[in-house]
Design a protein around this ligand. Structure first.
Ligand code: PLP
Length: 376
């Protein structure tokens, strides 16, 4: 048995989510509740009925790769060759970490609070992870100077998730420019930025920043999971500059051969019309406004969501998030994710996913507010 595997715990998010009972209010898993647009699935079905479900080339259907690259139009990532189609963005991130980081000498810098998979995937590869926590007093806003100060001699890549899971903060254009500038000024071997854009279509801030627009050493990971309510389809991609692309495809080929052909056809249909990626965006915007109103009325201290479909609420002083999440699940039938799952710096917080019908979210928030008022 690989000792690295024995050392890694399973997902705390899944553990708490599994406490859900029939009547629970579920503010747990980060998964859209909408149904996907059947037109994408029907188009894929027509294709596979006519052509079968054969392997595609390792990097993915060339037309899909071209459409993805063309849709974003990032300066260093604009050709089909820059795109590797993967089994969700999760595989994309794993392949990127595996390709980019030498466990003998390189470190990954994770900006906390962070989606737990980055550190776990690096640990699976034996790569040392450093983390830099954003400040609670700033509402966990991305702080480029703080991130730059944490970049060390061994740092080969920084992973930034914006819109952020869990904080729902979005990195601004100005912050991206300052971080990119600081990294370029370092000289020497480049420090890569892995920008996880999986919540890109749930952005409520006009000034959102994108590293791939300004920083040549950017890798983008994304998928149709959150944008089109297709989490179970498992279709994502990594976009990498030309010098990395062949190595990314080589690793991806040995890990999964190629992404699911049916899923690639679904994505091909989504990228046929630029509007399809945003077909659920209006719903998220309305839902967000209703949730922000409910949070304001509750009296809870919360971070105003700038992106994604999460909202984070502050627990009373001295109440640990794991304890609170268990108590809420057991005694109040509300599933919320403990902040500790995203790093020690977030232990005073709970992450709520707000994709349930708005009355249910409102009721869940009211129960959490009541719990907080009675604790400790
Ligand atoms: C921040 C973040 N990145 C990546 C993923 C993985 O998504 P997928 O593999 O479905 O694209 C998730 C899923 O919850 C996520 O929250």
């Amino acid at each position: 048995m690989n000792p690295r595997v024995a050392r890694i715990e399973g997902s705390l998010i899944r553990e708490i989510a599994a406490k859900r009972r029939a009547g629970s209010i579920d503010l747990g898993l980060g998964e859209p509740s909408l149904r996907p647009n059947p037109a994408h699935l029907e188009a894929a079905m027509r294709y596979v009925v006519d052509h079968g479900i054969r392997y595609t080339v390792n990097a993915g259907d060339p037309q899909l790769r071209k459409r993805i690259a063309g849709h974003y139009g990032y300066p260093w990532l604009g050709a089909a060759e820059n795109v590797c189609v993967t089994t969700g963005s999760q595989e994309a991130t794993y392949v990127v970490i595996k390709t980019l980081l030498d466990p003998e000498k390189d470190e990954l810098l994770v900006v906390e609070p962070a989606f737990p998979s980055y550190a776990k995937m690096a640990a699976l590869e034996g790569v040392v992870v450093q983390s830099v926590a954003m400040r609670e007093s700033d509402g966990f806003a991305y702080d480029p100077e703080r991130i730059l100060a944490a970049v060390g001699e061994r740092t080969r890549a920084v992973v930034v998730c914006s819109p952020c899971n869990p904080t729902a903060r979005v990195i601004s254009r100005g912050a991206v420019a300052r971080l990119a500038d600081g990294l370029l000024r370092r000289g020497g071997e480049p420090v890569w930025v892995i920008h996880d854009e999986v919540y890109r279509e749930q952005t409520y801030l006009d000034e959102a920043g994108y590293f791939a627009e300004v920083y040549p050493h950017t890798i983008v990971t994304n998928s149709v999971s959150k944008s089109n309510a297709l989490t179970g389809l498992r279709l994502g991609w990594a976009m990498t500059p030309a010098e990395l692309a062949p190595s990314i495809v080589k690793v991806h080929a040995w890990v999964t051969s190629c992404a699911d052909t049916f899923a690639q056809q679904v994505a091909l249909h989504i990228f046929e019309e630029p509007g399809y990626l945003r077909e659920h965006a209006e719903w998220y915007g309305l839902q967000r406004s209703a949730v922000v109103d409910a949070l304001r009325e509750s009296g809870l201290h919360f971070i105003v969501p700038e992106g994604s479909f999460y909202a984070c609420v502050r627990l009373p002083e001295g109440v640990g998030s794991l304890h609170a999440a268990h108590a809420l699940a057991d005694e109040r039938e509300v599933i919320a994710i403990p902040g500790i799952a995203f790093g020690a710096s977030f232990d005073a917080w709970l992450r709520l996913s707000w994709v349930a019908p708005v009355e249910r979210v409102r009721e869940g928030i009211a129960r959490i507010a009541d719990y907080c008022a009675c604790s400790p």
